[in-house]
Design a protein around this ligand. Structure first.
Ligand code: ATP
Ligand code: ZN
Length: 297
């Protein structure tokens, strides 16, 4: 592969992952100029370009070296690795990204009870994920027939082409609409940053490291809140015990009032009204809860 001095990231052109992936990259300070064919977007600030493709093509593009990184569902990445063991083994999940959550599950017709994987012996299971399903069946010693379907897996039992299905589920509404029910979860999935297990040794490696650091900062603070309040020193132990996630707060002395402090703490997750009210009862005043935009340790 020719050395390149710009990093190339593949992401879904249009689908569930497109908007959150774009937003995540924007939060990492990346801006892109969109070209007319909308397939390739040139990065304006940092030397990072985007390739907009079908999600299923992303692991292959990374494996072939066309792209360095990709934002893709764990389900798609793992399926590629299982179906292409030689090229897939060099790929890795570099970071979980916290959006696009879903499960790859086995579902049965609603009126069929389910108690164990063994019950699937001899059944026909329709799926677009033959690698993941096959792997799960083997690990549970179940001999079932995997029926590959590229799409519309959920109607297979009604059409009589399969006895069960193995498909992605998030709310479960599609299953209900097709008179199916979730029986077993095979993979818990979310969008991940995929790449080679070893970063490129040219300039792209450094850019990738910079991006990973920014990504960590964004992911770490995405659900964090900065909480500020005033209190008297003797109320501090009680208030600190109530801080969500029990962070270690920073204290600042209030000028001219030696027994008064301003407390500042970074809490993981949101802070509810109930929690604020409890802290107020414990002696906190003038409380502020702020979203956190960036963090660099
Ligand atoms: P394309 O192949 O055109 O890029 P697609 O139809 O395969 O699109 P989407 O339906 O947009 O893809 O799903 C992309 C990813 O979103 C899935 O691979 C999965 O990781 C995740 N996802 C989250 N919830 C769901 C869900 N309920 N159904 C399907 N995918 C889901
Ligand atoms: Zn797809």
């Amino acid at each position: 592969m020719k050395p390149r001095d710009r990093l190339r990231i593949a992401m879904q052109k249009s689908g569930r992952l497109t908007e959150p992936a774009q937003e995540l990259l924007a939060r990492c300070g990346l801006k892109f100029r969109q070209s007319r064919d909308k397939l390739f977007c040139f990065g304006e600030g940092e030397p990072v370009d985007l390739l907009l493709v079908r999600d299923d093509d992303i692991p292959g593009l990374i494996a072939e070296g066309v792209c360095d990184l990709g934002i893709v569902g764990r389900n798609v990445l793992r399926e590629f690795q299982l179906s292409n063991p030689a090229t897939g083994s060099g790929l890795a999940e570099l970071r979980p990204l916290g959006f696009g959550s879903c499960r790859l599950s086995i579902a049965l017709p609603q009126d069929e009870p389910y108690d164990s994987p063994q019950q699937l012996h001899g059944q026909r299971i329709a799926t677009s994920y033959p690698g993941l399903l096959g792997d799960w069946l083997r690990s549970h010693n179940v001999d079932a027939k995997v029926v590959y379907l590229a799409g519309s897996v959920e109607i297979a039992p009604r059409l009589g082409t399969a006895d069960a299905i193995c498909d992605l589920v998030s709310s479960g509404a599609t299953l209900v609409a097709n008179q199916l029910r979730e029986a077993a979860v095979i993979v818990e999935s979310e969008a991940v940053l995929a790449g080679h297990s070893v970063l490129p040794s040219d300039e792209r490696g450094e850019i990738a490291e910079l991006l990973l650091r920014r990504l960590d900062g964004v992911i770490q603070v995405r659900d964090s809140r900065l909480i500020l309040m005033q209190a008297s020193r003797d109320a501090l132990p009680a208030i600190t015990r109530l801080l969500p996630g029990l962070p270690i707060p920073t204290l600042t002395q209030v000028d001219g009032a030696p027994d008064q402090v301003v407390l500042q703490a970074l809490c993981a997750g949101s802070v509810s009204w109930r929690q604020l009210e409890d802290m107020k009862r414990a002696g906190a005043r003038d409380m502020l809860v702020l979203p956190v935009e960036k963090m660099l340790a």
